[in-house]
Ligand binder design. Structure first.
Ligand SMILES: Cc1cc2nc3c(=O)[nH]c(=O)nc-3n(C[C@H](O)[C@H](O)[C@H](O)COP(=O)(O)OP(=O)(O)OC[C@H]3O[C@@H](n4cnc5c(N)ncnc54)[C@H](O)[C@@H]3O)c2cc1C
Length: 391
């Protein structure tokens, strides 16, 4: 017997997809989430959450679960060359601290919450095609499960939350509306025995580095540089490049202190310029990196994914209740996403270019901070409106 179509099928079960599904399921929609990976698997990403991301997790009622195993971060340290500035995280409106949960912690908490809210979750399912009706509207997904068996599911709306290499974006032909020029390469790993309580960020001409305290007493330590420099040096091996970049950006940092033990494994992201894509069409929408990818240098992708999950879920709920047409509701989603993202996207692009010097980087970081503050104020206003049952 063929199952009736789901209200929504979401492709991708990480911050964007799981959070969208969670809010939709809490609003009473019939939701399926599929992901080709496995439950709890790690992914290539550092994981510092900024205020907007923590706010969204609090709003979803999940912050206590994150905080149970992840150290609170109550300050950010910015070091530009020899100058060191510490900025405390001011407790405000439910955000007392920031957190950098490992993706093996954060992503399953979101997935569990979506499942508890009634969403059906299937891991090991790879989507390869879309179902279309005669009018060209997307009506569901086609793929295969982990045994290789054919998989198909009908949907009122199909959501691509399938990350930066989004197949759903490719299949729908979602156009790139803005493209970034800068692109940073990253090498990171998990250190033991380091004494770090704050997010610490280091900037030197041509390099940057950062410490994010995370679960199990470890510290995620990244080093970054321009794509061009990474390409020219990568043949010397990732361990050498990591040591060199860290040595330049954070010469006196806590990773050099006695007792600090370097990682056995290093992870490399070899740079990819950002983009903002069209976010919707007939029967489909994109959320998270699938529709809007910024260079990771400003550590804002998960925060944005959690923000846009709520924006998209609101639009889908509005359309399904008949309060607005699907086209109008999804157009509002895209317009809001773009308005909130533009400044973050631009300043991130400038920082990722590494075309700044030590006199210029504080101004860029101030612009970033102002854009983030505006985003958080806007989220507070959105939350005050009510609308979707988030927790
Ligand atoms: C090096 C690096 C460092 C970063 N550091 C930070 C940071 O410190 N803070 C921060 O906020 N952000 C950071 N980011 C960005 C962050 O990782 C992303 O913004 C975030 O993961 C986006 O979430 P998402 O749900 O949109 O996509 P993803 O997390 O990419 O999830 C997409 C999911 O879709 C699934 N999928 C893909 N294709 C298919 C298919 N065809 N069928 C089924 N499933 C599919 C994948 O298996 C995956 O699980 C970093 C990124 C990188 C690369």
């Amino acid at each position: 017997m063929t199952r009736r179509p789901y209200d929504v099928v979401v492709v991708g079960a990480r911050p964007a997809g799981a959070a969208t599904a969670l809010i939709l399921a809490r609003a009473g929609l019939d939701v399926l989430v599929v992901d080709r990976s496995r439950y709890g698997a790690d992914t290539l990403s550092t994981h510092a959450l900024l205020r907007g991301g923590v706010l969204q997790l609090a709003r979803l009622g999940l912050l206590d679960k994150i905080a149970a195993g992840t150290p609170p971060v109550r300050g950010c340290v910015f070091q530009y060359g020899e100058e060191r500035i510490q900025v405390p995280i001011k407790p405000h409106a439910g955000v007392e601290a920031l957190y950098a949960p490992r993706r093996t912690v954060l992503d399953p908490i979101l997935v569990d919450a979506a499942r508890d809210a009634g969403a059906e979750i299937r891991f090991g399912v790879t989507i390869t095609e879309l179902r279309l009706n005669r009018a060209g509207r997307v009506t569901g997904v086609v793929g295969r499960d982990s045994t290789g068996a054919a998989f198909t599911a009908g949907a009122g709306i199909t959501v691509g939350a399938d990350g930066v290499g989004s197949r759903i974006a490719r299949l729908t032909g979602a156009t790139v509306e803005r493209a970034a020029a800068g692109a940073a390469a990253f090498i990171y790993g998990y250190w033991d025995g380091m004494r770090v309580d704050d997010y610490e960020l280091f900037y030197r001409s041509g390099t940057a580095a950062g410490y994010f305290p995370t679960n199990r007493g470890q510290v995620c330590v990244f080093a970054a540089t321009s794509r061009r420099r990474f390409r020219s040096e990568s043949r010397t091996g990732k361990a050498r490049v990591y040591d060199r970049l860290l040595g330049e950006a954070a010469p006196g940092g806590a990773h050099r202190a006695a007792g600090a033990r370097p990682p056995r494994q290093l992870h490399v992201f070899a740079a990819r310029p950002g983009f903002i894509r069209r976010a919707h069409g007939h029967g489909w929408a994109l959320v998270g990196d699938a529709g809007y990818f910024k260079d990771p240098i400003t550590s804002h992708g998960i925060t944005d994914a959690l923000r846009d999950a709520e924006l998209l879920a609101r639009a889908i709920v509005t359309a399904s209740s008949g309060e607005a047409t699907e086209e109008a509701a999804l157009a509002t989603y895209q317009a809001t996403r773009d308005r909130l993202s533009e400044r973050l996207f631009d300043v991130t692009d400038q920082i990722a270019s590494f075309a700044w010097n030590l006199d210029q980087i504080p101004t860029l970081l101030l612009q970033l901070s102002n854009a983030m503050n505006d985003e958080v104020s806007w989220l507070h206003q959105l939350h005050a409106l009510g609308g979707v049952p988030t927790s």
